[in-house]
Design a protein around this ligand. Sequence first.
Ligand SMILES: NC(=O)C1=CN([C@@H]2O[C@H](COP(=O)(O)OP(=O)(O)OC[C@H]3O[C@@H](n4cnc5c(N)ncnc54)[C@H](OP(=O)(O)O)[C@@H]3O)[C@@H](O)[C@H]2O)C=CC1
Ligand SMILES: O=C(O)CCC[C@H](O)\C=C/C=C/C=C/C(=O)C/C=C\CCCCCO
Length: 329
Amino acid sequence: MVTAKAWVLKKHFEGFPKTSDFDQKMIELPNLKDGELLLESVFLSVDPYMRPYSQRDMKEGDIMIGTQVARIVESKNPAFTVGAFVVARSGWRTHFISDGKDLQHLPPNWPESLPKSLALGTVGMPGLTAYFGLLEVCKMKPGETVLVNAAAGAVGSVVGQLAKIGGCKVVGCAGSDDKVAYLKKIGFDEAFNYKTVTSLDEALRKASPDGYDCFFDNVGGEFASIAINQMKKFGRIAVCGAISQYNVSMPQKGPYLQVPMIFQELQMKGFIVTRWNNRWEEGLKALLKWVMEGKVKCHEHVTEGFENMPTAFIGMLKGENIGKAIVKA
Ligand SMILES: NC(=O)C1=CN([C@@H]2O[C@H](COP(=O)(O)OP(=O)(O)OC[C@H]3O[C@@H](n4cnc5c(N)ncnc54)[C@H](OP(=O)(O)O)[C@@H]3O)[C@@H](O)[C@H]2O)C=CC1
Ligand SMILES: O=C(O)CCC[C@H](O)\C=C/C=C/C=C/C(=O)C/C=C\CCCCCO
């Protein structure tokens, strides 16, 4: 018998999550039935979506939602061999049983030299978010100017690099000078620390005096309300996330966007990356190729130890990560 450890949501978050909102429990796993396999989490993802989704989709006592790269430990399913690695959506746990239906193999030809944890980041859901958000929502064109916030993160850092590959000028903002330095290192044309500029409006205008064709919004809130006034005519705004709102206790009443929307004839579209589930193979193949060619650089913020999952999650929400935040079990 295998005993799995799991993190459960002990208490719904009020504002920023606290470690006391989580509880660890032990789960005795039964022996495998025909067609089942036993897996061990090797890398686990901590993502911003877990904050709003936990409020909407979870009840207290549920195992925290999430994805992992897992190794097959035992198999009674001929489609899966012991020792292989897959991406699963089994939440915050060390071991779990699957019938194989909810597992994704790593993209074919995954090089031995490439960390498998990237399947949770640049060559996984966040990378695909950047890929489809830029190509299908922003519909960026060569020569355009792209703005992205949370630019040093898992999604934002890929947005900037894909926009450069697409022949665009790229402006990014992030919450520390180290992150700004990282953005310049990976090819952003302009980058600034939104926490230290005296005026966000001026910083955006200085970075691109004639405005922005595409705005890939990961943050929402006040940043978006200011940036929208610097969109070019017929600009496109991809509403990818609203992390500035996930941890607020009271819904904020921001300035209203209708005037610039009308006068600049903007398009503003929200999206969830699972919309393109049937094209994830296409996206992963492209992302893996760019990574192997060195055109897309990867960075991971690794927290060691399954017992540190809550801390890793809270740290990511507070901006401690450059690149994808993951936990090495
Ligand atoms: N629509 C979709 O399908 C998907 C949407 N998303 C969304 O994309 C966004 C980025 O996700 P991801 O790349 O995984 O996360 P990141 O790796 O970017 O980590 C989150 C980052 O958000 C920034 N942040 C946190 N709080 C604030 C705030 N109050 N104001 C401004 N920035 C803040 C921090 O960076 P900094 O130092 O810059 O503040 C932090 O590092 C999130 O909003 C997420 O919900 C992600 C995946 C799929
Ligand atoms: O366990 C699952 O099935 C979750 C799997 C998630 C997954 O890997 C695929 C998609 C992730 C989507 C992420 C979306 C966002 O981050 C946007 C999140 C929330 C927007 C609502 C904001 C509410 C503000 O109060």
